[in-house]
Design a protein around this ligand. Structure first.
Ligand SMILES: NC(=O)c1ccc[n+]([C@@H]2O[C@H](COP(=O)([O-])OP(=O)(O)OC[C@H]3O[C@@H](n4cnc5c(N)ncnc54)[C@H](OP(=O)(O)O)[C@@H]3O)[C@@H](O)[C@H]2O)c1
Length: 342
């Protein structure tokens, strides 16, 4: 805090940013920059934000092949490293997309992300969704891939064996899951040779997922939280009338006023203090989103007040990954504690 980068923009000292220690002993910065432009921000704008965010003190970047911008982000990463930030100071995540779950595709797809990002290895590679169901970019929520399938654990483990091979090959340092539930994770943990180091999941004050959060932490994984401020820029197709907005919550607004920060910053401070790693996307507010975690912490009363705001309001419902006609999105999330039958 209080520093300036080489262009006189404000910057946070990366050494001040809290770190998460993974089961391997590796350290991951407890705030990352999301890189999904939600279909309305171009790949070039995201790449520019990555460069600006690195200058502002970010060292953790959450990427994915499906975001369609890894080549542009890779150019920024190369520039960042050209300016003296060492590879080992960065934490780079990428993700295997749903149409690349077959055994012959996993390593090829990871190598493509590495080539696009211009890296020799990834710190973390996630299976983006546990369903092998493709959907075209920007499609409607009613769209379904014709051969859509449910979660089949044996098939997922075939994908996971190739993920493990990526670690053996030295192409990735850690592997992890995303968008899984407790019953799915129980089976994955039972059968994995290399267990997931993290689980990436939607987490914000209106969707705290206490049971999954506890399960992840109790099993030695780190929870990474996406949509940490409630994804105000998400596409229209990902909105439903029931959705609520944490940054409009009166309790969040009151705490923000008390701390002299904006409501998004309160969501990020809460996330870091609770123990998850938020990955806010931003092309305009990335400095303040990092600066807020090295400023005055929320009090235990404020933390408790935010715990009381949970509305179980999932914003990213995943409808396009359903596998049967007439299903509701809840089927993807194993609502009764068991994997939804095929
Ligand atoms: N694993 C998965 O399946 C999955 C799913 C969804 C997302 N993700 C990851 O999580 C990241 C974050 O999720 P998200 O982008 O959906 O939601 P988000 O981070 O909650 O929200 C991003 C939006 O908030 C705005 N914003 C950020 N900071 C702000 C501030 N301080 N004040 C006001 N507005 C602010 C941004 O606008 P500006 O750009 O104008 O600042 C942007 O429109 C993604 O980029 C992606 O990397 C992963």
């Amino acid at each position: 805090m209080g520093k300036l980068d080489q262009h006189e923009n404000p910057a946070v000292d990366p050494a001040e940013v809290p770190q998460r220690v993974l089961f391997s002993g590796a350290r991951m910065p407890a705030v990352g920059l999301g890189t999904f432009g939600s279909d309305h921000v171009t790949a070039e704008q995201v790449a520019e934000a990555v460069s600006g965010a690195a200058a502002a003190g970010y060292r953790h970047f959450d990427c994915a092949s499906v975001y369609g911008n890894e080549a542009e982000v890779g150019t920024s990463l190369q520039r960042i490293m050209g300016k003296g930030i060492k590879r080992e100071e960065l934490w780079i995540t990428s993700k295997l997309w749903n149409d690349k779950h077959s055994e012959e595709d996993v390593i090829v797809s990871c190598r493509k992300s590495l080539a696009d990002l211009r890296l020799d290895y990834l710190d973390l590679y996630l299976v983006h969704w546990p369903f092998p169901n493709f959907h075209p970019p920007q499609c409607d929520v009613a769209s379904r891939s014709p051969d859509a399938k449910p979660y089949v654990h044996e098939s997922f483990m075939k994908t996971w064996r190739k993920m493990e091979e990526l670690v053996d090959l030295g192409l990735v340092r850690h592997i992890g899951t995303s968008n899984v539930t407790v019953p799915k994770l129980k089976l994955i943990l039972r059968d994995a040779r290399i267990k997931p180091a993290v689980n990436e999941m939607e987490l914000h004050p209106h969707f705290q997922q206490p049971e999954l959060f506890k399960f992840v932490v109790d099993n030695g994984m780190q929870p990474i939280g996406y949509c940490p401020i409630g994804s105000p820029g998400r596409p229209e197709r990902d909105r439903t009338p029931e959705d609520t907005t944490p940054t409009h919550d009166p309790v969040i607004l009151e705490i923000a006023e008390r701390h002299g920060v904006n409501p998004a910053a309160v969501c990020i401070k809460w996330a870091v203090q609770r123990g998850q790693t938020p990955i806010p996307f931003s092309i305009h507010h990335y400095y303040e989103n990092l600066a807020c975690v090295v400023s005055y912490p929320l009090s235990s009363e404020e933390m408790q007040a935010i715990t009381g705001l949970d509305r179980n309001c999932r914003l990213i419902k995943g409808q396009v990954f359903l596998w049967k006609d007439g299903q509701s999105w809840e089927a993807l999330w194993d609502m009764n504690g068991e994997i939804t039958p095929p």
